[in-house]
Design a protein. Structure first.
Length: 317
């Protein structure tokens, strides 16, 4: 199967990595290519659209072509249900009448146009290099993330990870199912997204008041309050207990005394110990890390503002 994803412009590299991680979790990734914000993936397996955070849309790819060949490609498209055509330029200008002209090609072949409630949406992405033609299979529900804004939770702290970013980072674990640990869970941003996605989770934090606040947040989302108090430098878990680890290290300008200089070294050793073989840990921090106890798979920077850039490291044991 081939699908083209329209990636969010918030962080194209992170959006690409999220899709590829999910493709590997839900099937076998055969290959991919990136053109502006259009990521085309060939893979065999189950679709994973419900997991996505940083993709606006996904379409089942029919064909790619030059702009001059677009009408010829549309003459080969077969639509058996009511339809409409939607064209978007991705860093490219699109003629205003292009949608109408392409729709007319299908209408003349006997397809029924329905602009309000079409049963099929024929989607076209136009970049400076290529045109991508396919059938829309997923459109992101953006309201779900705004409904889960951190300031709406019972327990709130500054510099909290927003839901959309939290979900994308959770997806970098490349897990279809299993149990995931967040050993420095804070208010529970990662745990909430894990629970909503149907993954099992365990949270831990050094401070009692944060543990209790995190539990309240989870209960408010109708999720299990599976959070305990503990030290990420000395975790109370057996070795190889978790299918994935995802955590946001304390930021040194906003942290308490537990984040001493040894935190990174000791916590990373413990993360490697409790993680199962050939599984991933996703580490978020505001500092540059250069040494890892596991293989570095990817690194992505995510700028929040001029004083804060989140550095996202994907590690594999």
């Amino acid at each position: 199967m081939k699908f083209s994803f329209l990636l969010s412009g918030e962080n194209v590299e992170l959006a690409k990595l999220e899709v590829l991680s999910l493709a590997e979790a839900f099937g076998t990734l055969r290959g991919y290519e990136v053109d502006e914000r259009v990521l085309t993936v060939e893979f065999d397996g189950e679709t994973f659209f419900h997991r996505l955070a940083l993709s606006h849309e996904a379409m089942e790819l029919f064909s790619t072509c030059d702009l001059s060949e677009l009408e010829a490609v549309f003459s080969e498209v077969e639509v058996s249900r009511s339809f409409c055509v939607r064209v978007s330029g991705v860093n490219a200008k699109v003629e205003r009448d292009l949608e109408r002209g392409l729709g007319a090609i299908l209408w003349k072949k006997g397809a029924r146009v329905d602009l309000r409630n079409p049963e099929e949406i024929v989607r076209v992405y136009v970049t400076p290099r290529r045109c991508y033609v396919g059938f829309l299979r997923f459109k992101q529900d953006k309201k779900q993330f705004s409904a889960r804004k951190p300031n709406l939770r019972p327990f709130f702290m500054p510099i909290v990870m927003p839901p959309k970013l939290s979900r994308a980072i959770v997806n970098l674990t490349s897990l279809k199912n299993g149990i995931v640990l967040d050993p420095m869970c804070g208010t529970g941003s990662f745990l909430i997204e894990l629970g909503i996605l149907g993954l099992r989770f365990c949270g831990m934090d050094y401070y009692r008041d944060i543990v209790e606040g995190c539990r309240r947040n989870l209960v408010s989302m109708n999720l299990d309050a599976n959070v305990l108090q503990g030290d990420a430098r000395r975790m109370p878990f057996k070795s190889e207990s978790f299918d994935g680890v995802v955590t946001d290290f304390p930021y040194f300008k906003a942290t308490r005394k537990a984040a001493s200089g040894e935190l990174y070294e000791k916590a990373m050793e413990e993360i490697e110990r409790v993680l199962k073989d050939r599984r991933r840990a996703v580490i978020v921090t505001n500092v540059e890390l250069r040494e890892f106890p596991m293989q570095l798979i990817a690194k992505v920077d995510h700028r929040v503002h001029k004083s804060l850039t989140r550095r996202i490291y994907v590690l594999e044991k």
